[in-house]
Write a protein that binds this ligand. Structure first.
Ligand code: C2O
Ligand code: CU
Ligand code: CU
Length: 504
């Protein structure tokens, strides 16, 4: 054999070995990227239910709440203290509850060492009260937004929104529910005893490094942080004993990047009764409900005496090739919560045939249309800028927004201050789970979603509302834009280009 041939053979076999090693390494990383806690059992902690926030009603009829953003430690596992943030406690916050027609005020005190905000996700309210990045609360300051609740009963939530740091502040534990009631919803006979047959479920994925949270992003993950286990209301491995044969679950995906596909371990059907913005016209029976970050769903599930059933999150298609699917959590599965039914169950009344009337326009009266191209590098090619108004909307008009993702990675789309009707997904009528009022919608790659919404304002040319991807790492990177609502024929003003640290 000539020296040349010998060198060639050595090179070739080295190449084969390297390829095999790389391939093996890839396979190892690939299979290690899939996470599953399904079927493991070990539901050892009773589910915590966030307390209902206390409130006082002043002489002018305003219901006043107090929220204090504070740092602390939480024992998610006995004996291990995790540094966390919370509202009025060390992790998450109390559930605020108010009724349609009520005036509310929330005194938000920032007892953290750094500035933050509190945003009322899903609420119809003036932009100045919205708690977006323009309403920063300095350390030691108190901010007291007030508004009149003027929308149907719904499961909303609140969380910080400081530009560039939303993911971090939410992951540390700043999030809570805001439940709205209205006279009609309370008369429907739905399960509505809070914490008994009406359970708030704040679902988050987490990862621990010893006692501390590990909030690192995986190298191959394009969606942001993905945890390797889940918790509900800050409880790991949770179970809940229920004593009614119908149980209402208010599901909130408060995770920063992960999309879930919820169902039960025996694939039983449940009734979807509400989406982000409130009750559906009619309950829809299904066995899976998909929620991307920020979305909510209310479901009612029937349990039999003495049984145990597990709410699970199943693998789902996130609209990716197999590689991105794996590294962005699409193949993962989690046991979320075990329901333990008592031997004797209270009998619930049947669900009514008609539930609510979503107050969302059908788009036929749209004053204008807009187009939004979703890219992690910016929406419509522009990165978020605090001083720039991206869209000026006339008060009291309906618009139709077309939102398209060709970015190769999953996104979703959230609009502040309004609820929308989904007119179509890739040209087709939306599936039942997307037919109610929505403020956040999943937009995987190669998907176009068309939304109709009506902007009731009030007009305020200087205070923008946000629209953005609710995968919080994307939002923080600038995948966000601003719109103002103005009186007809008026122009946008100038929002301040910097965080306004207000308070006293
Ligand atoms: Cu839930 Cu702009 O946020
Ligand atoms: Cu919001
Ligand atoms: Cu995104």
């Amino acid at each position: 054999m000539s020296g040349f041939k010998r060198v060639l053979i050595i090179l070739l076999s080295a190449g084969i070995v390297l390829t095999l090693a790389a391939g093996g390494g890839f396979l190892w990383v690939y299979s290690g990227a899939k996470v599953s806690t399904a079927g493991r059992g070990g539901f050892r902690n009773e589910l915590a239910v966030p307390p209902l926030a206390r409130s006082t009603v002043g002489p002018d009829g305003t219901r006043v709440f107090d929220l204090r953003m504070q740092a602390g430690e939480t024992e998610f596992t006995a004996g291990r203290r995790t540094p966390t943030w919370g509202f009025n406690g060390s992790y998450l916050g109390p559930t605020l509850r108010a009724a349609r027609g009520e005036k509310v005020r929330v005194r938000v005190r920032n007892a953290l060492g750094e500035a933050s905000t509190v945003h009322w996700h899903g609420m119809r309210l003036p932009a100045r009260m919205d708690g977006g990045p323009h309403q920063m609360v300095a350390p030691g300051a108190t901010w007291s937004p007030q508004w009149k609740v003027d929308q149907p009963a719904a499961t909303l939530w609140y969380h910080p929104h400081p530009h560039g740091e939303t993911e971090d502040h939410v992951q540390r534990g700043l999030a809570g529910m805001f439940i709205l009631d209205d006279a009609k919803s309370l008369g429907l006979g739905l399960p509505d005893t809070y914490g008994v047959n009406d359970l708030p479920l704040i679902v988050q994925d987490v990862k621990f490094d010893g006692a501390r949270f590990d909030h690192g992003h995986g190298l191959l993950q394009t969606t942001g942080f993905l945890g390797d286990r889940t918790m509900v209301n800050g409880t790991l491995d949770p179970y809940r004993v229920v004593g009614d044969d119908l149980v209402r679950l208010r599901l909130l995906n408060a995770s920063t990047a992960r999309t879930y596909d919820f169902g039960f371990d025996d694939n039983r059907a449940f009734s979807l009764i509400a989406t982000d913005g409130g009750l559906l016209e009619k309950a829809a029976s299904m066995d899976r409900i998909q929620l991307s970050p920020g979305e909510r769903a209310e479901i009612v599930v029937r349990v039999r005496p003495g049984e145990r059933t597990v709410l699970r999150s199943y693998p789902l298609s996130i609209g990716q090739d197999f590689y991105n699917q794996r590294f962005n959590g699409g193949d993962d599965s989690f046991d979320i919560l075990e329901l333990r039914a008592r031997e004797r169950l209270r009998h619930s009344s049947a669900l009514p045939v008609t539930l609510g009337k979503p107050e969302i326009p059908d788009g036929s009266q749209a004053a204008r249309t807009r187009f939004f191209d979703l890219k992690v590098s910016g929406i419509n090619g522009r990165r978020m800028s605090m001083g720039r108004v991206d869209a000026t909307v006339a008060r009291g008009t309906t618009e139709v927004w077309t939102v398209r993702n060709t970015n190769g990675i999953p996104h979703n789309f959230h609009v502040h201050g309004v609820q929308s009707r989904i007119l179509s997904v890739n040209g087709r009528a939306p599936r039942p789970a997307l037919r109610g009022a929505k403020d956040t919608v999943f937009v995987p790659d190669r998907t176009t979603v068309v939304l109709a919404m009506r902007f009731d304002g009030p007009a305020d040319p200087n205070s923008p509302y946000m629209y953005h991807c609710h995968l919080l790492a994307h939002e923080d990177q600038g995948m966000m834009g601003q719109f103002v609502v103005v009186g007809k024929g008026r122009r946008a003003g100038r929002p301040s280009a910097v965080h306004a640290h207000q308070g006293h």
